[in-house]
Design a binder for this molecule. Structure first.
Ligand SMILES: [Zn+2]
Length: 496
């Protein structure tokens, strides 16, 4: 079975970042507060209360719909989805069913073949979040569960895609693009715990469809799908039919597990919400102004700053990273555009990812200072990485980020150009006068076999010798300089 036979569709639930809940005035800023402190008779669904629709939620949802090219319905409608679960205090959820706010549309991603492709959307609708259960002990063998209704009534949009993605990687790209778009719109905060939840449908062509419920992280979606593909392929290989079923993703173990029962649409007994009028909001559309979105910004980064397409894609893939880049190159008298793109999109992003830090911990001015040192050739790339790590470590230790020059000074990293003469380094280094030539001669003496090997034509030995020199000089010299110097000092292999 080849990968072209994988079909993936996603249902993405995002909390909209409004100040109050969907149908009452309770604050949505509940995460640092005690349980059941952001509640009122409306979001508790007490008898005799009536929901009042938060206009801002509809505006936000329309912004999203417009940005992904959906059609806003002439008339949409809220519906009650009836079921019992302890986190659902009313025993029904107000959502939208057969008359969603918006339909159609697409999200553009870079497909697995490297070409831009449009992932088609089915619909976008608005609904309320249920409360939250906190299981004491673990989910399988909990002693008891607590319920917190702070989350009940938080506004959500559900974005449903067509089964239009061909791999777990495309699903991740779709999610990343969606997240970036929502953040650019200012309607969503991906850093808030639980602000995004995904259900994924997956089938291998010719087999039944399996739904994986309630995946709560971006990485989790790709992992859950990858696990599920392997599981289904193994079944098929052994001649066992893939059952149509709902499965849960167990994040900690990285596996999916069959859910015991599957609800059918009929079980929910949807009916129109009697306490809310139908929505006729299409006329608002003309007043909804969209900001610059990720694709437009990516194009601008290529045009304005000369970024490569890949760098522009990475930089604009997150609002904060794009803003950081523009802060670094702002009014760029330093000619740093290209260098900054490489160092932010590749080096810094990698270091932050490794440390699970966000880019907002980095002081743009100090980072620019580091780039200037690199640009002027005052330190080598290798030293640059070392300095950057010290800067980021300081943040982890809750200290103030040091000025890169101070770090270079302290760690004695000023670059020396050939043969010990000082480079354009503005501050005099305290390195003692190491001469590159002396180091090379020492390395040659210590490694006579490598020298012989090189001279007898095994050119691979050169890399070894260069490596030894780099180790001894701790990154103070440019690797290209070292390479050339060592070669010169050895003479041509085979005496040629
Ligand atoms: Zn409330």
């Amino acid at each position: 079975m080849i990968d072209a036979d994988i079909i993936v569709g996603l249902e993405v639930h995002c909390q909209l970042d409004t100040r109050s809940k969907l149908f009452c005035g309770c604050s949505t800023d509940y995460r640092n507060d005690g349980p059941n402190t952001h509640i009122c008779p409306v979001c508790l669904g007490l008898p005799g209360t009536m929901p009042v629709l938060n206009k801002r939620v509809i505006e936000y949802a329309m912004k999203v719909a417009k940005s992904v090219n959906c059609t806003i319905a002439d008339e949409s409608e809220f519906a009650r989805k009836n079921y019992f679960y302890p986190d659902l205090n009313k025993a029904y959820q107000i959502t939208q069913y057969d008359k969603p706010l918006a339909e159609g549309g697409y999200v553009e991603i870079e497909g697995d073949d490297g070409k831009e492709r449009k992932i088609q959307l089915t619909r976008i609708h608005v609904e309320e979040d249920p409360g939250r259960l906190v299981h004491m002990g673990n989910a399988e063998r909990g002693r008891y569960s607590l319920v917190d209704y702070n989350r009940a009534g938080i506004p959500l949009i559900e974005i449903v895609s067509e089964p239009d993605m061909g791999s777990p990687k495309e699903a991740r790209k779709f999610l990343n693009k969606l997240r970036a778009t929502l953040e650019y719109l200012g309607v969503f905060d991906s850093e808030k715990e639980g602000s995004l939840r995904v259900d994924a449908n997956i089938s291998l062509r010719g087999s039944e469809r399996v739904e994986i419920k309630n995946i709560t992280s971006y990485k989790g979606v790709e992992k859950a799908l990858t696990f599920e593909i392997t599981r289904q392929k193994n079944l098929i290989r052994r001649g066992i039919k893939v059952e149509r079923e709902t499965r849960h993703y167990l994040e900690a173990r990285g596996i999916t597990q069959s859910a015991r029962s599957k609800e059918l649409e009929n079980d929910y007994r949807y009916f129109p919400e009697p306490d809310l009028r139908p929505l006729r909001v299409q006329p608002w559309l003309k007043d909804i102004v969209l900001p610059e979105l990720p694709d437009a910004r990516r194009e601008r980064f290529v045009q304005q700053y000369g970024c490569s397409l890949n760098h522009a894609r990475t930089l604009t893939g997150e609002l904060k990273m794009a803003n950081f880049y523009e802060a670094v190159v702002a009014g760029d008298g330093n000619g740093l555009c290209t260098l900054a793109a490489t160092w932010i999109a590749d080096t810094l992003a990698g270091e932050l990812n490794y440390r699970s830090q966000g880019i907002d911990v980095v002081d743009a001015k100090k980072f620019t200072g580091l780039l200037v040192l690199l640009k002027t050739g005052t330190i080598t790339d290798k030293s640059g990485v070392e300095v950057l790590r010290v800067m980021l470590d300081a943040v982890n230790q809750q200290k103030v980020m040091e000025d890169p020059r101070t770090i270079v000074d302290r760690l004695d990293l000023w670059k020396i150009s050939e043969a010990g003469s000082l480079s354009s380094g503005v501050i005099l280094p305290k390195i003692g006068q190491i001469s590159l030539e002396v180091v090379i001669e020492n390395v040659k003496k210590e490694n006579p076999k490598a020298v012989d090997d090189y001279r007898s034509g095994q050119t691979g030995a050169l890399n070894f010798l260069v490596g030894q020199v780099m180790k001894k000089t701790r990154g103070k010299f440019d690797p290209n300089d070292i390479n050339r110097r060592v070669r010169e000092s050895l003479g041509d292999p085979l005496g040629k």
